[in-house]
Every structure is written in structure tokens, then in C-alpha cells.
Design a protein around this ligand. Structure first.
Ligand code: ACM
Ligand code: ZN
Length: 763
């Protein structure tokens, strides 16, 4: 137990947080609710009224931390604190693991006479109080709570948020502020990604060069890594947490029932460590902490005993700082390039009778697992620890998709679901052009919210191995706390509800109601939460008569959408949107959501380019893959061009395969311009074709080549527009030869290139 003075001191930030929180509680009580949605909640119509005479009755064994948090909050709202009334208090707290059977669960009952919180355990009492905090209402200077009975417990034992502090470093104050909010939303794990290529962020006293060299990089890339050529800011960047700071953060989190799991990455993502200790790499260096984002070939040498000594010594200092049962050892994105030509690594493969470098990775992870097990800890690793065989007691964090988690569960290993497609917080949450720079993917709030961690591939027995979910905030593009908050909030609230709320109790529209109440509170807490979730989203579909149809929607109830088709700013006097409509001419459509006379969010806009190919039949020889439109061809002739946000749903991606598309115009007609857009981002594995040709035909059998192009100079979108000699044609064939395997020296050399195209243009 922490003594009260220390606790009070440590909680100054929390007090400020709570003071701020109160400001908003008066505002819009109508939608007041709890996030995450409780298991069972019934309103009774009673009202409990607080007064200075109300006392808190504290059951045996209740942590004083709980009381302090509650009273600090309460005082900032009411101007007085509640006395400790032992068994006579009108607000009763007690632990009863029989009355409440689930871990972390609680029962909260509010009548006109009494509020009672029964927790299964300390965490249960804490979460009961967090729910009560969200129900307090101040009106005319009086604090009330609507009568209710709540029975609540989490769906999953593991509810996590990850934060990368290597690519960008966040100070202790910011981390504590975020931990306060994680606790409020009943998230119980903070995964602290402390080491990576771009900076080592935890003090290790035995290796002082980790502080003086590895914690810093020479400069940082400006803009997105897909931009080319890369530009740099020329400014040394870095920092690290001292062990004292780490201890303080861990204690702070522990008081709030949050376990911190540290991640010390291995064997890949090791450049920062190698920059100080080059003997741990296969070539001996020299190495530099990375100044841009990606996957780097130089990793820890798996054949060198010094590597294991170093990592064990590091862990010997890390373990006493983190009481968590689990230690994350990374394991992801470790290229085997250097291992393949390293005599020491090859010798290890021989000595250990390993099949290949994948088994060498498995050897590495297995050896570190044994070490950590000998210290009483368990390992967690990313998907790739499945490569070459899973270490015996390892928990898999499934990120590339859900397959890793599914495979682990089927092997009766624990798994935590963190699929990038659904819960990566560094991805875009809005496709509006004014959205700040983000990672690349698209995980809007609705997509995060609707993620279901138990997939149908799992039997009930296997599903028990899915211990929970986590959202990951990689920080390549989180260059400030404000930008980090924009990415993390409110999506982390959606994650909290995935982790806590039973499947049957989830409802996105109901969540949004509660979020609209919660959002102003986040703002008052100085959290730069994104507020774009009610903005217009669209869908461009093919109408029954093969035209382009645009549907607009907003999740805001009773919202009105107004739009223009002439490029002017929409207002209340513009056309009112009632139902999907046909886009009949090229031009820009703008629209905005209004609640009464108030515009909500930013103005939506979309450009349409209509030509002879719109809505015509397209036949593809090879199917596009991944998130790039497999099984659909309308997007190639829908009049909408893919944007620089390559996950905008418009692009067609061919992974290693060629493009071969035929557009059937329906009848022979004059044609004088053919076109296509090609996305070239080598830093995203997206390569231009080595050859592009356009051919025309009147019968679909005999084609004449009318255009060819072999160079595509623009980084980003290459708009190919071929003005050809006017000709009669019914069929247009477009062929693009995929680059194939990414050549040596290029980003992710050896992988298959993506050929990314959109919109087949015929005029
Ligand atoms: C990861 O996103 N590389 C785990
Ligand atoms: Zn090696």
C-alpha cells in the first residue's frame, strides 16, 4: 500500500484531470452514459442526492487509492469531500467475490437513499467508481446520480493500448495523462514499445552508450516515407526514460489497475542498439539509428553469444522495473538477409541443426523465452514468432491479420488480437484531404468499434485462448502529443468497448450517443480528440442503368445534408440531400452536415470525371488482391480517381501480377484519348509497370496497339493520358507489366511489387 502523502502528491495530475472533467458534466446530461457499456444497466427513476452529510462506507481491505481518486474528483465537482463513514456511509464500497463472481466485475446500485459498489476485487471496486464518476451530474450546484442498478464485468481479461515511443518520444507527463484516461475507460494494460530502429528509450545502467548514442538519431524524415526523394529536418532527435521515471510511471499505472508490459524488440528493429554496440550486428557495422521509417536489414546477430549476453543483461535491469507477468520481446519484421551471409549465424544454424533462417529466428525467440521463464516471466511476441515454430509458452500478438492469433489459439497458445486493418491507431480515421499525415491504412472509428476478436474459425474451446484486444499507436507520424491524441482519441474508447462489453450489448449508434456526450469532456481535459466521426461518408455505386450513383450519409441523428454540384460551399440554402442521386456531369460535389443551423465537421468534396468508359463492362485477367478491390471492377470505371491516400478504396492493386483489363464500350465508336492512373510509391512497395500498353479493337479478337509507355517519373500519381489518332473501337485493352520482384538495394528487396492502378479513361 502506498502511503497517503505520496499518493496525494502523485495524484496532482489526476486531480487536474478530474477538475477539468467536471466542467463538461453539466452540459448535456441527456446522453450521459458509461463507456464502455456495462453488462447490465437498469434505470430505476430514483435520484440519489449528494450532500456534505453523505459519508463513504469503506469495506475491509479496500485500497485507499480508490477513495482518494473518488474524493479528488468529487471535491472538484461539489466543493466538499465525502467523509469516511465506515459501515454507516450512504456510499458503500466493499469487496465480495461471492456476490460478484467475475474478476474485475462490480455491482453498482443507486437508490434515493444509498449508493453501493460491490467489487469482486480491488479492480472491481475501482471500475465501479469509474462508472459512478461517469454518472455524476451537477445541476444548480447539486450533485445527483440517476437511480440505477448495474451489473458489470469485462468480456476480455486483456484490454490494451500500445504506444511506440521510439519513432517519437513522449514525456512522462503525457504518458500519465493518457494512463488516467485508459483507467477511466477500464483499459487494463499499457504496452510500452521502448526500443526500435529510431531510438532506444529506456535507461540501462550497464550499457551507458544506449543513453548517449542509441537514444538519439541524427535527424528525422519530413513528411511521409512514401514521398521521394526523402527529405530530412537536420535536427538531432531523441530522449529516454530514466529508471526512476519508469518506476514512477509503473507505480502510477498500478494505482489505476493498469499493468505496463514493456517491449524490448528483438531480433529485428535493432539499429539504435547496434549504433552503440556494433559488435552485436552480423557485419560489425558501423550502424546509425534510423532517421526514417521502415524495416532494416541490419538486425541482432543470432550467431554471436554477445547478443544474448547483452539482451539478458538488458532484461536483468528491465525486469525489476516492471512487475508484469508478461514481457514483450517483439519478434516482428526481422529480415533474414544478413543472417544468410553471416558466418556466425550460419554456424549456429549448423550447430543447432536448424533448417533455415526462420528456424534461427525461432531459436532466438525460444532461447530468450527460456531466459525469461527462468526469471518467472512469460513472453509475448508479434505474429512472426510463429515462424519456424512457436516457443512453448509464448503468447502471440496478432497484428498482420487475425491468422496469427487463430493459429496460436489452435495450438492452445494464448493470443491477443491487434490486427492492423482494424485497430491500428496510426492509420487514417478520415479520408478527407485535410486530415493530418498518418500511417497509410484506414481505420475509421466505426471500423475499430465493429471489430470482433473471436472469429468464426475458432471453436468455443479455442476461443478461450483469445485473451483480449489491443489498439496500437505506432508513432512514425505522431510527431507531437497533439497529433498522438488526435489519432488515439476517440478510437481508444471504441477499443475499450470491444474489450469490455459483451458482443450482444454492443451498438455503434448507441456508442456514438455516449461518445457525443463524452467528447466535450475529452476536449476540456485538453485532449486533442478527433471529432470527425459524424462527418459525411460516401459510397459511389453503379445504378441499375450503369450510371454513377452517389450516396452520402452521416451518423448524426436528425442531421441534414446539403450539397452543391458547382464547386461552391454548401449551406442551408443549397440542395438538400434526400437519397442517392446519379452524377450526370464531371465536376466537384461538395456537401456538409448540419444540425439545425450548425455545420458539423468539415466540408466533404469529391471530383467526378465522366467519360465513355463509365459503367462499362471491365474484364480482368488477374484479380486484384488485399484491400485493393478484389472481386469488383466498377471502381475502374466509376469516374472517381484514387487519391494519394492509397487506402481510399479506389486503387486496384496487383501483387506481383500483371494488369490486363479489357473495357467493352458496348458498341463501336470513335476514340481519341485513353488513360489510366498509376500509383508509384517505392517506399510502399508500389512500383510502376515496366511496360504499359493500350490497344483497341472492334471485335474483341484483333487488337491494335495504339500507345506504349515504359517510364513513369512522378513519385505518387502518374496520370497517363494518351492522345491517339482518332479511331473506331469497341474494346480497349490495357496491359501493365508488373515490376515483379523488388530489386536489390530497394525497400523490401525480394518481395513482390504491387502494381497500383485506377480508372480506365476512354474519350
Ligand atoms: C508491427 O506493426 N510491426 C507489429
Ligand atoms: Zn549473424
Amino acid at each position: 500500500m502506498i502511503n497517503t502523502c505520496t499518493t496525494v502528491f502523485k495524484n496532482i495530475c489526476y486531480t487536474l484531470f478530474l477538475c477539468l472533467l467536471m466542467g463538461g458534466v453539466h452540459a448535456q446530461v441527456k446522453e450521459q452514459g458509461i463507456i464502455p457499456q456495462p453488462y447490465r444497466i437498469q434505470k430505476t427513476g430514483d435520484v440519489f442526492r449528494f450532500s456534505p452529510n453523505v459519508a463513504i462506507g469503506v469495506g475491509d481491505g479496500i485500497s485507499t487509492d480508490n477513495l482518494i481518486f473518488f474524493n479528488q474528483y468529487f471535491r472538484s465537482l461539489a466543493g466538499y469531500t465525502l467523509k469516511n463513514g465506515k459501515n454507516t456511509g450512504a456510499l458503500q464500497l466493499r469487496i465480495d467475490s461471492v456476490a460478484v463472481t467475475q474478476a474485475e466485475g462490480y455491482k453498482l446500485s443507486v437508490t434515493s437513499k444509498q449508493i453501493s459498489i460491490i467489487g469482486h476485487d480491488q479492480a472491481g471496486v475501482f471500475y465501479g467508481l469509474q462508472s459512478l464518476l461517469q454518472l455524476l451530474h451537477k445541476s444548480n450546484g447539486k450533485i445527483t446520480v440517476q437511480g440505477c442498478t448495474i451489473e458489470d464485468h469485462p468480456r476480455f481479461a486483456y484490454r490494451g493500448m500500445h504506444l511506440d515511443v521510439s519513432r517519437h518520444f513522449f514525456k512522462v507527463d503525457a504518458i500519465k495523462k493518457w494512463i488516467d484516461l485508459l483507467a477511466l475507460y477500464k483499459i487494463n494494460t499499457f504496452h510500452w514499445h521502448l526500443t526500435d530502429d529510431q531510438g532506444w528509450r529506456i535507461e540501462i545502467k550497464k550499457y551507458p552508450l544506449l543513453q548517449s548514442i542509441s537514444a538519439y538519431r541524427d535527424e528525422t524524415i519530413i513528411g511521409h516515407k512514401k514521398d521521394s526523394p526523402h527529405r530530412f529536418d537536420g535536427k538531432r532527435y531523441g530522449g529516454y526514460y530514466t529508471q526512476e521515471e519508469v518506476k514512477a510511471v509503473v507505480a502510477y499505472a498500478t494505482q489505476r489497475h493498469i499493468t505496463i508490459i514493456p517491449e524490448i524488440e528483438m531480433p529485428g528493429h535493432a539499429l539504435a542498439a547496434l549504433s552503440a554496440y556494433p559488435e552485436l550486428g552480423c557485419t560489425g557495422g558501423p550502424y546509425k539509428a534510423a532517421t526514417y521509417w521502415g524495416i532494416f536489414d541490419d538486425v541482432y546477430c543470432a550467431g554471436n553469444e554477445q547478443t544474448f549476453t547483452f539482451l539478458q543483461n538488458v532484461l536483468d535491469e528491465v525486469l525489476p522495473l516492471f512487475p508484469s507477468r508478461y514481457i514483450h520481446i517483439g519478434g516482428d519484421e526481422c529480415p533474414k538477409t544478413k543472417w544468410k551471409t553471416c558466418p556466425k549465424c550460419q554456424q549456429r544454424i549448423k550447430d543447432e541443426h536448424l533448417k533455415d533462417e526462420h528456424e534461427l529466428q525461432s531459436y532466438f525467440i525460444g532461447r530468450m523465452e527460456k531466459y525469461l521463464n527462468s526469471k518467472g516471466r512469460q513472453i509475448i511476441g508479434w505474429d512472426e514468432i510463429l515462424e519456424g515454430g512457436l516457443a512453448p509458452g509464448a503468447t502471440v500478438m496478432s497484428w498482420t491479420g487475425e491468422e496469427g492469433g487463430i493459429a496460436a489459439a489452435k495450438l492452445h497458445h494464448n493470443a491477443i488480437m491487434t490486427p492492423e486493418k482494424y485497430v491500428y491507431l496510426d492509420y487514417y480515421q478520415s479520408l478527407y484531404p485535410s486530415e493530418p499525415l498518418a500511417g497509410g491504412g484506414y481505420t475509421p472509428l466505426s471500423k475499430v468499434y465493429n471489430y470482433e476478436p473471436i472469429t468464426k474459425e475458432l471453436s468455443d474451446d479455442e476461443a478461450k485462448y483469445i485473451k483480449g484486444v489491443q489498439a496500437n499507436a505506432w508513432s512514425e507520424y505522431l510527431a507531437s502529443t497533439a497529433q498522438a491524441e488526435h489519432q488515439i482519441f476517440p478510437r481508444i474508447l471504441a477499443l475499450s468497448e470491444i474489450g469490455w462489453t459483451t458482443k450482444g450489448n454492443k451498438s455503434y449508434s448507441n456508442f456514438l450517443k455516449r461518445l457525443r456526450y463524452e467528447h466535450p469532456l475529452l476536449k476540456q481535459l485538453n485532449i486533442n480528440a478527433a471529432d470527425t466521426f459524424d462527418e459525411i461518408t460516401d459510397s459511389v455505386t453503379e445504378s441499375a442503368d450503369y450510371q454513377v450513383q452517389l450516396a452520402l450519409s452521416s451518423t448524426l441523428p436528425n442531421a441534414q445534408i446539403y450539397y452543391t454540384t458547382n464547386g461552391t460551399t454548401p449551406g442551408l440554402k443549397s440542395k438538400k440531400y434526400n437519397k442517392p442521386f446519379i452524377v450526370t456531369t464531371s465536376g466537384q460535389i461538395k456537401a456538409a452536415v448540419f444540425s439545425g443551423a450548425k455545420q458539423i465537421g468539415r466540408v466533404y468534396q469529391k471530383d467526378f470525371y465522366l467519360d465513355k468508359a463509365i459503367g462499362k463492362t471491365v474484364t480482368l485477367t488477374n484479380q486484384p488482391q488485399g484491400g485493393y478491390n478484389p472481386g469488383n471492377t466498377f471502381g475502374l470505371v466509376n469516374g472517381v480517381f484514387g487519391s494519394k491516400l492509397y487506402n481510399d478504396g479506389q486503387w486496384y492493386g496487383f501483387n506481383g501480377d500483371d494488369l490486363e483489363a479489357v473495357v467493352d464500350l458496348g458498341k463501336v465508336q470513335p476514340v481519341s484519348q485513353l488513360g489510366i492512373n498509376i500509383l508509384k510509391y517505392h517506399w510502399q512497395k508500389m512500383w510502376e509497370p515496366t511496360l504499359l500498353t493500350f490497344e483497341t479493337s472492334t471485335d474483341g479478337k484483333n487488337y491494335t496497339e495504339v500507345y506504349r509507355q515504359t517510364t513513369f517519373n512522378d513519385n505518387g500519381i502518374n496520370a497517363v493520358r494518351a492522345n491517339i489518332k482518332a479511331t473506331q473501337a469497341r474494346y480497349i485493352r490495357v496491359k501493365g507489366t508488373n515490376k515483379g520482384i523488388i530489386p536489390p538495394g530497394e525497400y523490401i528487396a525480394g518481395a513482390k511489387a504491387w502494381l497500383m492502378v485506377d480508372e480506365l479513361i476512354v474519350k
